[in-house]
Design a protein around this ligand. Structure first.
Ligand code: ASP
Length: 313
């Protein structure tokens, strides 16, 4: 079995500096060499390293294009792929790879760690080792391997900011694979898609102002999909509809999704043409909308309402 490692940065390979943890070359490379030489990891591998290595808070859609292209360009030479990534935006990257890698029929495993490999109590070695096994054994698709769990690339979220078991994935209706006849990476382009969380007292004008600079919106509603009943908020939703700017509603709750036909305030969303994000995470809704706009998909409402890789739960 031959695995390609795509090293983008993140805590796993970071070193301590007076300014805090920073990505470094050599740490992940050494750990891999040690795992393969000692026989703890089986098979062979190659590694490609992003320039520069980043704290994943700096990730951009253009970085997803780089990762995706590394996989498709060298697809035939490897049996599986491991993306080493920072945990802060790992869920976004896993979603982006799940949607963007069409026709994938090999495993792509995204992993990282909460504690750097250079520290005694690091979870890096375990996650790396589990990711290598998963890259050989997991079903085709984009998976997140973390703290002994293999999770769905489009259903995962970072749930804890310090525990080693930091990720959680909600139930999925299908594997993390975007089916297509042939393998193809679909590039992401840059769009302004603010993710707005409703809070009591929020001014509707704020949403209107935001919308005037945006290509679409993701609304994180309360519970089953409710929102404050304010004329300016209703007006903003109406304006988005007139301007043909897509708006998706999701829930701030981690599980259960939304039910837009349950309460009167959410019925207003439906009347305003807001797309039902069902059980999608905010990350999945954001990345799917970015994907759809990047691919110039014309019937956005139909595309966003239908699951393509189990992302709606
Ligand atoms: N700030 C780090 C990153 O996302 C956190 C981590 O990797 O755990 O790159």
């Amino acid at each position: 079995m031959k695995t390609l490692f795509i090293y983008t940065g993140g805590t796993m390979g970071m070193q301590h500096t007076p300014e805090g943890l920073v990505p470094s070359i050599g740490v992940v490379e050494d750990a891999l060499q040690q795992l393969y030489q000692s026989g703890e990891a089986l098979g062979t591998y190659e590694i490609v390293t992003a320039t520069p290595l980043i704290d994943s808070s700096a990730i951009e859609p253009s970085d997803w294009n780089w990762i995706g292209t590394q996989i498709t360009d060298r697809y035939e030479q490897f049996d599986g792929f491991v993306v080493v990534h920072g945990t802060d935006t790992l869920a976004y990257t896993a979603c982006a790879l799940t949607f963007g890698l069409e026709g994938l029929d090999k495993p792509v495993i995204v992993t990282g760690s909460m504690v750097p490999l250079v520290d005694d109590n690091s979870d890096g070695q375990r996650n790396l080792q589990d990711a290598i096994i998963a890259s050989n054994q997991a079903p085709a698709g984009v998976w997140v391997q973390f703290a002994g769990k293999r999770m769905h690339g489009a259903r995962v979220r970072k749930n804890h900011s310090s525990a080693l078991d930091a990720f959680f994935d909600a139930e999925a209706s299908a594997p993390p694979r975007h089916e297509a006849a042939d393998l193809k990476w679909r590039d992401y382009r840059a769009f302004n898609l603010p993710v707005i969380t409703f809070v009591p007292g929020m001014s509707g004008q704020l949403i209107n102002d935001c919308l005037s600079h945006a290509d679409g919106l993701i609304l994180r509603c309360y519970g089953a999909g409710t929102l404050p009943d304010k004329p300016e908020i209703n007006q903003a939703i109406e304006t988005a509809k007139q301007d043909r700017k897509p708006v998706i509603a999701v829930s701030t709750c981690a599980e259960g999704g939304i039910a837009l036909d349950k309460y009167a305030p959410s019925a207003r969303l439906m009347a305003g043409g807001v797309i039902d994000g069902k059980g999608a995470t905010a990350a999945a809704a954001y990345v799917k909308l970015l994907y759809a706009l990047s691919q110039n998909i014309t019937d956005l409402t139909a595309f966003l309402a239908e699951p393509i890789c189990g992302e709606l739960g």
